[in-house]
Design a protein around this ligand. Sequence first.
Ligand code: G1P
Ligand code: ZN
Length: 553
Amino acid sequence: MCGDKMTVSVQTTAPFEGQRPGTSGLRKKVKLFQQQHYLENFVQSVFDVIGDYRGRTLVVGGDGRYYNREAIQIILRMAAANGFGKVLVGQNGILSTPAASCVIRKQKAYGGLILSASHNPAGPDEDFGIKYNIGNGGPAPEMVTEAIFARTGTIDQYKILAADDIELDQIGSMQLGDMQVEVIDSVTDYAELMESIFDFDAIRKLLADGFNMVFDAMHAVTGPYARVIFEEKLGAAAGTVMNGIAREDFAGGHPDPNLTYAKALVDVMFGDGPGNESPPEFGAASDGDGDRNMILGKRFFVTPSDSLAILAANAQLVPGYSNGIAGVARSMPTSAAVDRVADRLGIDCFETPTGWKFFGNLMDAGKVTLCGEESFGTGSNHVREKDGLWAVLFWLNILAVRNVSVEQVVMEHWALYGRNYYTRHDYEGVDAVKAEQMIQHLQSRFEKLPGNNFGDRLVKVCDDFSYTDPVDQSVSTGQGIRIIFEDGARIIFRLSGTGTEGATVRIYIESFETDLEKQGLDAQAALGDLIKTAATISRLKEFTGRTEPTVIT
Ligand code: G1P
Ligand code: ZN
């Protein structure tokens, strides 16, 4: 299968056009990726800026969405022509994002290319994506993504081997030019890591004793992982994993594990489906590439912010964290529930800008063990990506040890720490100019708002969040507008960095309460006044023409 090395001259196509590089790498419609030289330009730009990898190992895999296989064949031939020593590729091209992070770390690879557009729909008319992760297993830092971006604008040639496609459906090793290609089992390394962290015996016993659970893989990458881990290793009943066959188009769905898009699971867990009067004890879902998670109890939704706080508070019950956790981190818009846990444990709590990359530095420096975001992302220093199945196993481990329901775990947590009522309202597809104007309007009120009352709440601080990384001292500004009230309530405004059409305005609303009787269970009701205040202060309707959010979480 030895092929000739070819150098192909190209005109720069600036594949990032319209999208600044971020930790999510390049995310575009499949049709764009299918253009001649398009993916090649990006991949060569990566190889041109990441340093001296000659003879080293690259990990390659993706969430199995449409165009995954074709993209991998191109990457393999380019890696061979560019001098990598070896590529580790998941069988059939499959690696979930956390599994890719795990393999990069475990096999001491130079880095990895992960093919995914996360929770965005897949198929010929939908999205594809590619990103580069560095040797610590995490997304490339801004310095690297900026360099890749710059390179895509000047590149005039790429190297590729003329060779036949490699068979990816059999585990084993083969040569591609001077490079070795090793097709690895997609699940093994990851499953082993999970077994080293969690008490599988305790979870096995819980399930054997009749505890009922369901996991919704949403026809995406976690299907094969979940079947091995829950059904084969932990002995959960066959059928525990629903929508477990990974499809190239995610069966036409939108694999984002939230109350809107994971409707099939929500129906099961809330007993709304036909013949489903007694829902299981536990339900969970993950997204397209396996890094997000949603946790549900019987007729009960756990907010991701609460989930992070509860994992931190119960970490000592899990073998992998039984010696304690070094510190915790949350993104700024995530509720402050975990701050209260950190306070009680006497450990540091870091507040970072939105996006996973900020956690990596803190973890590499040993400052943080657990971290999370309100957007259904939770993780720890076992890898350098958020990790959906890890979060699910963490919950199962807690439930196995404590032997109480999900709802009880949460209620007891609130009773001890107080409750951070929390919601996020998304306004999708807003006119980008209007959204920007609304943010500018808010900025113009920074000086004027503090000292004013809204209802019975006094505004204490109003600013644009900025963050100085405690490890490398880099400064990130303009990370979201915060209105912080004297009683700890907060309203945050941000424009999404990942939306694909127009602008997505995100409004995050939070209040803190120690008297649980006072506000009742329903977060939307408890936060009603603050939701109105947010609309008033931002002149939401005037700028966006909207009165109701597109998605509420
Ligand atoms: C969203 C989430 C953010 C997450 C990112 C990547 O970004 O809000 O927490 O890190 O996706 O999964 P946003 O669209 O808000 O910029
Ligand atoms: Zn994802």
